[in-house]
Design a protein around this ligand. Structure first.
Ligand SMILES: C[S@@+](CC[C@H](N)C(=O)[O-])C[C@H]1O[C@@H](n2cnc3c(N)ncnc32)[C@H](O)[C@@H]1O
Length: 342
């Protein structure tokens, strides 16, 4: 066979892999949504038995179960009994099933509407769901908590890494601005018994933060502040933290947050920004997908060091030093810009 047809076959394979299989996606969603997985775990059943118990069309159900069997979620015995495989059994976990349902009902409609981002207007998420992303998270508590739980592992790891790499010896009070669940703050406080932490957030995870802090052994050195960083940041503390917050916002909103941090800071306070910082030419491959998601969901963006510098300057702050604690991430230590004399 000549090289050209081989090449075109490979290209077509890549094309169809990219297009994916919405029928399989929809069938996995159906398995998660219908709560069939726990039922099949308890009792392997035929399509007719399942259809009868739910009042569904058995032909429809058999079709879906066969597709899921072909993709390794189920097995079918010679008597027509469907059983969950190890893969299918993942959907018996309520949190996993809910994540699949949220992906399908909340995230995917935003992806399908991707082309709307070509025209000026609110973020695609808002055009699709009628609310800003974080307003939606506040209204849909379960989705809001899942969002925080997806950030949990990274927050715990980077909090632990900051706690040991930054010099906290002169610090007595820390405010984590937009600190979410408090996991990051808990890790910072844990090895530093002389520091009290304030957690400012407007999201649903804040209500669970006191329990999380108590479990981390820092419950008596922690204050939860329910509020918006667009209104006010608790004033007069030694250190302010902003992690994974600025990429959520366009320049105007990001500058409002930074200006409120600057207002809250004393001349000797410091603000630590912990975010990915991308080259001026744009995000490298490992951040490109996330950068697109920021655009679609919140109209935010990853920024270069130069862009961060201008954002800081227009917000009354300046960069004092920068470190790279993790690949791709930068820790920017900032202070208030001294007022020009006169
Ligand atoms: C991407 S999360 C980062 C959370 C945390 N800093 C971390 O790195 O895990 C952004 C956080 O900003 C919070 N947030 C959004 N709008 C806010 C507002 N107006 N005021 C305070 N917090 C807000 C969200 O609830 C969320 O916890």
């Amino acid at each position: 066979m000549s090289e050209a047809p081989e090449k075109s076959k490979e290209l077509f394979e890549r094309l169809w892999r990219g297009v994916g299989d919405p029928l399989l996606t929809a069938s996995i969603y159906f398995l998660a949504r219908s709560e069939l997985a726990p039922r099949l775990l308890a009792q392997p059943s035929t399509a007719d038995e399942l259809a009868q118990s739910k009042g569904w069309d058995p032909r429809f159900l058999r079709g879906v179960l066969h597709l899921l069997t072909a993709h390794g979620f189920l097995t079918e015995s010679t008597e027509g009994l469907f059983r969950l495989t190890e893969l299918g059994a993942l959907l018996t976990d309520e949190a996993v099933a809910e994540t699949v349902v949220d992906r399908f009902e909340i995230d995917f409609p935003v992806y399908w509407a991707l082309a709307q981002a070509a025209r000026p207007g609110p973020p695609v998420f808002e055009r699709v769901h009628g609310k800003r992303f974080y307003e939606f998270l506040r209204a849909e508590r379960r989705y809001g908590l899942r969002f925080q739980s997806e950030l949990a592992a990274e927050a715990t790891r980077s909090g632990g890494s900051l706690a040991t790499s930054y010099d906290f010896s002169a610090v007595r009070s820390v405010v984590d601005v937009g600190g979410g669940s408090g996991r990051f703050l808990a890790e910072v406080l844990r090895p530093h018994p002389r520091i009290h932490g304030w957690l400012l957030d407007s999201g649903p995870a804040l209500t669970d933060a006191p329990a999380l802090m108590a479990t981390a052994g820092v419950g008596d050195r922690f204050t939860a502040v329910q509020g918006s960083f667009f209104e006010e940041v608790p004033p007069g503390h030694d250190l302010y933290l902003l992690k994974w917050v600025l990429p959520d916002w366009n320049d105007e909103d990001a500058s409002r947050i930074l200006t409120n941090c600057a207002r809250a800071m004393r001349p000797d306070s410091r603000l630590l920004i912990l975010d990915p910082v991308v080259p001026s030419a744009g995000p490298p491959p490992e951040w490109q997908r996330l950068d697109l998601l920021f655009l679609l969901f919140v109209e935010g963006r990853l920024r270069s060091l130069t862009e961060m510098g201008s954002l800081l300057a227009r917000s009354g702050l300046e960069l004092e030093s920068e470190h790279a604690p993790d690949p791709g991430f930068r820790l920017l230590s900032c202070r208030k810009r001294p007022k020009a004399p006169g």
